[in-house]
Design a protein around this ligand. Structure first.
Ligand SMILES: NC(=O)c1ccc[n+]([C@@H]2O[C@H](COP(=O)([O-])OP(=O)(O)OC[C@H]3O[C@@H](n4cnc5c(N)ncnc54)[C@H](OP(=O)(O)O)[C@@H]3O)[C@@H](O)[C@H]2O)c1
Length: 290
């Protein structure tokens, strides 16, 4: 079945690859990104050219997930082209590093604004339409770090844990309304994420952490080395996993792990799924758990 899909954060990485993968499978894609007439003009142009050359359906729209107005304008623009929106892929996100104590509040708030409230803004804009039609799918791109937060990038992990709680909440609350909500948990992949990451900026606070500085630096240089090595996995695996979830006709799993080292996270997810079902059933809410 061909679906109409809106994706956020298509200027690079998983977002762009997902737009290309879905369009290649015949879906109608609304590839959104910030600043399509400025810093992202070249990629917006390339996606449009690709659509024109292949006959695939890719519309490029401006969407900044931190702006209510931008999200509403983009979703309204989708309905100038089509009368249905089947799927929203909440992919836009930023990574961030540094000691937790060295985050100023405005910096941590920004991480949450993009990674958490950004998805809520998008879901809030698309859900009235999906509810009216009694069908739809919300996809949330998360990380294995949402399940096991790594030190020195805790606000990122915390934001993705929050995103996962929301995704699970949408799933329960929308289950009887015909709308599905899923999470894709990715490991480390070679996208633009490390080039675009933000850092904790309070150097005075960071100065107190000298004893773990080498460990922090080593963990980031290890991550950089891994994603720029031949061992790094192909980022298209994540795009394929998202596309497979969209194409799935039966029950979709709540969580899909895409990570060559993901065995431990899959184990956590299996235990959590069984425990959550038990808790929901004992609360009389079993009907909301697929
Ligand atoms: N790569 C990994 O190892 C990894 C692992 C687990 C999860 N993830 C998640 O995967 C998702 C995609 O990341 P990626 O790895 O593909 O990195 P990426 O190449 O840096 O892509 C991130 C995308 O998000 C966009 N974005 C950032 N702030 C935005 C905003 N305010 N409004 C709209 N778009 C915004 C970026 O656009 P601009 O170009 O305008 O900044 C970019 O298009 C993120 O949610 C990330 O947390 C990545």
């Amino acid at each position: 079945m061909k679906r109409t899909v809106l994706i956020t954060g298509c200027s690079s990485g998983f977002g762009r690859l997902t737009a290309e993968t879905l369009a290649g499978r015949g879906h109608s894609v609304f590839a959104t990104m910030r600043d399509i007439d400025g810093k992202n003009a070249a990629v917006a142009h390339a996606l449009r050219e690709r659509a024109a050359a292949t006959g695939q359906s890719i519309h490029v729209l401006d969407l900044d997930v931190t702006s209510d107005a931008s999200v509403v304008t983009a979703v309204d623009a989708v309905f100038e082209h089509t009368d249905r929106l089947d799927v929203a892929v909440n992919n836009a996100g930023i990574f961030s590093g540094g000691y937790l104590e060295a985050y100023r509040m405005e910096d941590i708030q920004h991480v949450f604004d993009v990674n958490v409230y950004g998805a809520m803004r998008v879901n809030r804009a698309v859900l009235p339409h999906m509810r009216r039609r009694g069908e739809g799918l919300l996809v949330h791109v998360s990380t294995v770090a949402a399940r096991t937060p790594f030190p020195f990038s805790v606000p990122y992990a915390a934001s993705k844990s929050a995103l996962e709680a929301l995704a699970q909440g949408y799933r329960y609350e929308l289950a009887l309304l015909g709308i599905d909500s899923v999470i894709v948990e990715a490991g480390a992949f070679p996208t633009a994420i490390l080039d675009k990451m933000t850092w904790a900026r309070d150097e005075e606070r960071a100065a107190g952490y000298e004893i773990v500085e080498e460990l922090k630096d080593r963990s980031f240089s290890g991550l950089r080395d891994y994603v720029s090595s031949d061992d790094a996995p192909d980022s298209r695996q994540v795009a394929t996993a998202i596309a497979d979830l969209i194409d799935l006709s039966g029950d979709r799993p709540l969580r899909t792990v895409v990570d060559p080292f993901g065995a431990g996270i899959r184990r956590i997810n299996e235990v959590a799924a069984a425990a959550q079902r038990e808790v929901m059933e004992s609360a009389g809410l079993g009907a909301l758990v697929r």
